[in-house]
Design a protein around this ligand. Structure first.
Ligand code: NAD
Length: 499
């Protein structure tokens, strides 16, 4: 059995706690590797190394730090196929989808090549008589990231690339479900010229996470995962005085107005609802057609598209639409929620419950499902399903559709399909959701903008990537300076003001 490791001070380090987790091949259900779960001592060892490495890394000029990122981009491009293969084999997503996962991380690394520009401070010449004032952005020290299983390449890179470009050292605690790609990324960072100890990968479960939250030398924590854990990490890390940003779960609504192009809307719902088997925080999981006529026509267009989706292992070819869920528990949870939808009176118009794939009977596959006539009181509406299940909630008019979206506790992403500019503009201005698509179903902002949800989808200040990441991973120092020729004689006891 393959045994994975931690990556500390540039070396592969075997787990010493004696505790391990299973890493599955979700397509076959087999355990393909064991991942070590770190103890407090192992985490502390990584932090000690990071503290030492960070001091000289912070003194390395930002242009040189940017050049490490530039070389890392080149290595990511060169290693795209082995990375995608490793990612698909542990996560289950298709190879083209795995490439997308890596590419969206790579684009944030590209943005970080511009660290010298992004870290430039501000300067005011002659703010007062002989007085100049300037502010600079300085790294925080050692910071940590705790990441989810569903984007094992993109989200670790969203976290560590800006943190490291700012001059911090980074402790990454990736998901225990698919830890191989984060380890490969860290080794590529070393190959790109990153000094040992600046990026440490510590594998583990709650013990490692709690050790991060309690460690006095970790200055900031970035988290992405489910909402209950986001809330836990936000409160624990804040309590111990850390800077913290936590991104949680989602229930993304897509409103379909009567004037929308329904073929486009149906394609958008199929792509965003079922891609990656629905295991995306920006997946559309609720379709909100406005008016019964729109709903009937939309459902009629959706059914054949959903029934003909190709579900299979990534090894079956690049034309597969989606693969298995990540674990048996995820599979059972999703099927349980589907059953609750049926029991609570929703209409299951595409039923994937009996999906079976010959030769892969033990894999964690779930066939695609489509529900109509879902109401906000049903569990399939209230809970994040994180599977290939799309729920349709019919709205009478635009105002009802908007209120439904706004009353949902989550606020990660949303979309509206319409040809009417006024409606689209009104929606974008009023909706209380962090990322909005207008005829775009998965509005994931590009690397130079920022990514973040509202309400129960995001806790803390500042978003991920883009300029916000450079603010999150630095603290501002402001210097007021005056030289002897600008100093007037005599002590000034009044509070200084500029007149
Ligand atoms: P998860 O919350 O189970 O795990 C995320 C991380 O937290 C992992 O590293 C895990 O080891 C750790 N963790 C799990 N339980 C813990 C506990 N009790 N105490 C401390 N740490 C714990 O999430 P997941 O299943 O890996 O990922 C799926 C979730 O992530 C979905 O809810 C999805 O919407 C969300 N997500 C959100 C975003 C976003 O940007 N908002 C992006 C991707 C995924």
């Amino acid at each position: 059995m393959k045994e994975l490791f931690h990556l500390i001070n540039g070396k592969r380090v075997k787990g010493k706690s004696g505790r391990f987790g299973d890493v599955f091949n979700p397509a076959t259900g087999e355990v393909q590797a064991k991942v070590p779960f770190a103890s407090n001592e192992e985490l502390d060892y990584a932090v000690t190394g990071a503290l030492k490495a960070q001091q000289s890394w912070a003194l390395t000029n930002p242009q040189k730090r940017g050049r490490v990122m530039m070389e890392f981009v080149r290595l990511l491009q060169k290693n795209m196929e082995p990375l995608a293969e490793a990612l698909s084999s542990e996560h289950g997503k298709t190879i083209p989808d795995a490439r997308g996962d890596i590419q969206r991380g790579l684009e944030v690394v590209e943005f970080c090549i511009g660290a010298p520009h992004l870290l430039k401070g501000e300067y005011t010449d002659s703010a007062g008589g002989g007085i100049d004032m300037y502010s600079m952005r300085q790294p925080l020290g050692v910071v940590a990231g705790i990441t989810p299983f569903n984007f094992p390449a993109m989200i670790p890179m969203w976290k560590f690339a800006p943190a490291i470009a700012c001059g911090n050292a980074f402790i990454l605690k990736p998901s225990e479900r698919d830890p191989s790609v984060p380890l490969m990324l860290a080794e590529l960072m070393l190959e790109a010229g990153l000094p040992e100890g600046v990026l440490q990968v510590v594998n583990g479960d709650k013990t490692a996470v709690d050790a991060i939250l309690d460690h006095p030398d970790i200055q900031a924590v970035g988290f992405v995962g489910s909402t209950p854990i986001a809330e836990y990490i936000y409160s624990q890390a804040s309590k111990s005085g850390k800077r913290v940003q936590c991104f949680g779960g989602a229930k993304n609504h897509m409103i379909v107005m009567p004037d929308a192009d329904l073929d486009q809307a149906a394609d958008a719902l199929v792509g965003s609802g079922y891609g990656a088997a629905g295991e995306r925080c920006m997946a559309i999981s609720v379709a909100v057609p406005v008016g019964d006529g729109t709903a009937d026509n939309l459902i009629e267009k959706l059914i054949p598209k959903i029934e003909t989706l190709k579900v299979g292992p990534y090894t079956a070819g690049e034309d597969m639409d989606f693969g298995p869920l990540v674990t048996k528990e995820a599979q059972q949870r999703v099927l349980g929620l589907v059953q609750s939808g049926v029991d609570q009176g929703a209409e299951l118009v595409v039923d994937g419950r009996n999906f079976k794939l010959q030769g892969y009977e033990d894999g964690f596959f779930v066939g695609p499902h489509l529900f109509d006539k879902v109401t906000p009181y049903m569990d399939i509406y209230k809970q994040e399903i994180f599977g290939p299940v799309l729920s349709t909630v019919r709205a009478k008019n635009y105002d009802d559709a908007l209120s439904l979206t706004m009353n949902n506790p989550y606020g990660n992403g949303t979309a509206i399909f319409t040809r009417d500019g006024d409606t689209a503009r009104d929606f974008a201005n009023r909706v209380n959701v962090g990322m909005v698509g207008i005829n775009v179903p998965i509005p994931v902002p590009l690397a130079y903008h920022t990514f973040g949800g509202w309400k129960k989808s995001g806790f803390g200040d500042l978003n991920q990537h883009g300029p916000d990441a450079f603010r999150f991973y630095t603290k501002t120092k402001t210097v007021t300076s005056r030289w002897p020729s600008g100093i007037k004689e005599g002590a000034i006891l009044n509070f200084p003001t500029i007149n």
